[in-house]
Ligand binder design. Structure first.
Ligand SMILES: C[S@@+](CC[C@H](N)C(=O)[O-])C[C@H]1O[C@@H](n2cnc3c(N)ncnc32)[C@H](O)[C@@H]1O
Length: 268
């Protein structure tokens, strides 16, 4: 079983991944509409909780929250944030694998994760575990980002991969699941009802230089395992390529980003 442990990029994770406030608000609106978490006694488990980027708004709202992750460094950032919140309900943090949750059956009202199933080869095992630890009528959510309208800067990834392959190294590509329909299909196979919902869209502006920096600083998991030398060479080549193709590396191109969830409910 393969997993991407984010230990090596925990220090720059939060500064390189930010959502507008309304992304969180719209998740809460969905949860309120579902009605499952009306009581503050309701228990939520987040798998692949990381630095708590998605968890903190829930904890601030007073939910009983359990976060698990395999990365100690990501969890340590999460724990620092929890320590700075004044009034919290019950919060638990465990270093654990999402395919082997250290919890008894039927413990949680909601199990969820964001941008995590792409990082776990046995993602089906995660969904089975989620079902096991969910109470009857519990809800599972998996959130992902995607391009609604992609700016030309997305082409950097493909070029970067080409320059890495040319140096006889391999980019770390997702080995879990990246297609929400596959997640939805498997939720149905294990007895759930599934829906895919786009919750938020927002404009983004990105320059070629910013996109190239994302690789240069190893901010993304695709650089895991790439040697420093190959990375430096690839970044140099990327700059030359982008300058040749687009001229100004500081021009802010516009795109539209989206956040959507796959929802699974397991009725009795
Ligand atoms: C892209 S990060 C997402 C973190 C957080 N959900 C967020 O959106 O900010 C993926 C996280 O999944 C964790 N992870 C990867 N494989 C895992 C596994 N098998 N069990 C638990 N966590 C895992 C990584 O360590 C990392 O913190």
């Amino acid at each position: 079983m393969k997993s991407n442990n984010f230990d090596t990029i925990a220090h720059l994770y939060d500064e390189t991944r930010q959502y507008p406030e309304f992304v969180y608000e719209n998740i809460f609106k969905l949860i309120e509409a579902l009605g499952q978490l009306d009581s503050k006694e309701a228990k939520i488990c987040e798998v692949g909780v990381g630095t708590g980027r998605m968890a903190i708004p829930f904890i601030k709202k007073g939910y009983a929250y359990t976060g698990i992750d395999i990365s100690n460094n990501m969890l340590s950032k999460f724990k620092d944030k929890i320590a700075n919140i004044d009034h919290i309900n019950q919060v638990e943090v465990f270093q654990a694998d999402a395919t082997h949750l250290p919890f008894e059956n039927s413990r949680f009202d909601m199990v969820w994760g964001t941008k995590v199933l792409r990082h776990i080869s046995n993602w089906k095992g995660v969904l089975q575990e989620a079902k096991r630890v969910l109470k009857e009528n519990g809800v599972f959510l998996h959130g992902e980002e995607y391009w609604v309208v992609a700016p030309p800067t997305v082409k950097v990834r493909r070029q970067w991969e080409k320059f890495i392959f040319e140096q006889n190294e391999r980019p770390n590509r997702p080995f879990g699941v990246t297609d929400d329909h596959e997640i939805a299909k498997y939720l149905e196979e294990i007895g759930g009802k599934s829906r895919i919902l786009t919750l938020s869209t927002w404009p983004v502006h990105e320059t070629f230089l910013q996109k190239i920096e994302h690789f240069a600083t190893r901010a993304g998991s695709s650089t895991f395992g790439i040697s420093d030398e190959a990375l430096e060479n690839s970044v140099e080549k990327l700059k030359q390529w982008a300058y040749h193709e687009y001229g100004n590396l500081n021009y802010p191109y516009s795109g539209i980003r989206g956040f959507r969830v796959v929802m699974g409910t397991f009725d009795s």
